[in-house]
Design a protein around this ligand. Structure first.
Ligand SMILES: [Fe+2]
Length: 256
């Protein structure tokens, strides 16, 4: 998950400096049991409330296999398909590092999982958020390419001192976007797909705003990173989001 809160006093020379071994063997039986509990609970909760590309990705990547996935196993399927790969990181990475990773088709996943006592509260995104929420959509060719493009836009925006514009675009699409599909409102974003509480809230609560998605609206709409969103942007379709984002170049983003 993108984080704007990370201090930037000591920028790394390269995103690769943030990568650590996943140490899959170090996950305990309890860790794997927590994954299985989260997975079963979330799949049941989501049902068909998420765009079909997400469910396709779950199947393609064999994420229903028991236990915490290992990054090498995921990459063996994902990389030949869309060129994306996952790398393990110990926690949040700075925005410039995150966007640099995306621009090279690299997605960081936490090398830890929440405890059973913290099923619904996370101080930092763990491997369930990262792997369950994000990775299925990276098996979708067009969406994967859009995510890479957001990485390029983000790197350019940060270089221009306007990183918040790319952060908002990312937030209102990749993390918390909604989209129509076959006439029904569906979850598009990973932050919603992986959240037990916010998945239904975003679709069904009447105590919030749902506004039509556009890149301009996304860039100009603040967001909350520590609470449910007060508003969600609804795209006409997954393809509409991809098309609008892919048509955006850095100069246009900075002008919004
Ligand atoms: Fe995320």
């Amino acid at each position: 998950m993108l984080q704007e809160r990370i201090a930037k006093e000591q920028p790394a020379r390269s995103w690769s400096e943030y990568v650590v071994p996943q140490c899959w063997e170090a996950f305990t039986a309890e860790d794997h049991a927590v994954w299985d509990l989260l997975f079963a609970r979330q799949v049941e909760l989501l049902g068909s409330r998420v765009v079909s590309a997400f469910l396709d990705g779950i199947d393609l990547l064999k994420l229903s296999h028991p236990g915490v996935p290992d990054v090498e196993g995921l990459n063996a399927i994902l990389e030949p398909r869309t060129g994306w790969r996952t790398v393990a990181v110990p926690g949040l990475v700075p925005d410039e590092i995150f966007f640099a990773m995306l621009s090279e088709r690299v997605f960081p996943v936490g090398n830890f999982i929440r405890t059973r006592e913290q099923l619904d509260y996370l101080e930092a995104p763990d491997c369930f958020h990262d792997m369950f929420g994000h990775i299925p959509m990276l098996a979708h060719h067009d969406y994967a390419e859009m995510t890479r493009h957001i990485g390029e836009l983000g790197s350019a925006a940060i270089a221009a001192g306007e990183g918040h514009k790319a952060a908002r675009l990312y937030w209102h699409s990749v993390e918390f976007g909604l989209a129509m599909e076959h006439g029904e409102l569906k979850i598009l974003g990973a932050g919603l797909a992986s959240s037990f509480g916010e998945a239904h809230f975003s679709l069904e609560s009447e105590a919030l705003d749902r506004l039509p998605f556009s890149v301009e609206r996304a860039v100009n709409t603040p967001y909350k990173h520590d609470a449910f969103q007060p508003r969600y942007l609804v795209s006409q379709s997954l393809e509409t989001t991809v098309g609008e984002v892919m048509a955006l170049n850095p100069e246009q983003l900075l002008a919004l």
